[in-house]
Design a protein around this ligand. Sequence first.
Ligand SMILES: [Zn+2]
Length: 151
Amino acid sequence: MIKPRSLPRPRKVNKVPFVELYAGRLQGVVSSKSDIKRVYVSYFEAGTGNFYCSTNNNRPCGGLRGSPCKHLQELLKEALLQFSAERIVNYMGLELDPAKVKGHYELLRAFKGGPHKVEAGMVFSRFLTYLNYVSLPATTAPIPEMTWFVR
Ligand SMILES: [Zn+2]
């Protein structure tokens, strides 16, 4: 049985509602501080260390000026909490000793890439699918989409 990690503090789901390691990226969705209706889609790419941040409507983030914006930093903080430094370092192929990672700044410095645009929809559609499952009413009946969880 897989035991969930005990987290040093609860995840800030209202700030960073979605974070995942997927398709060679650390990616997720970060809420805007000034506009509750706006979200940012942010990612770091494994290997290249490239990153990007834009709104879910593909508007580039104003804070992204050659270096990771505050959304990318928030994403990294929450990823560190959710996945642990070891998993992130391994997945992203960072040249870093996970035992020496004290906070997200060490991870941030290890990403050597630059801003590189990807379509926000690629990440955002995964977030919507995830939301869909989260909002399903709790039930003990089988959910057809979940049949790949073989017993
Ligand atoms: Zn941003």
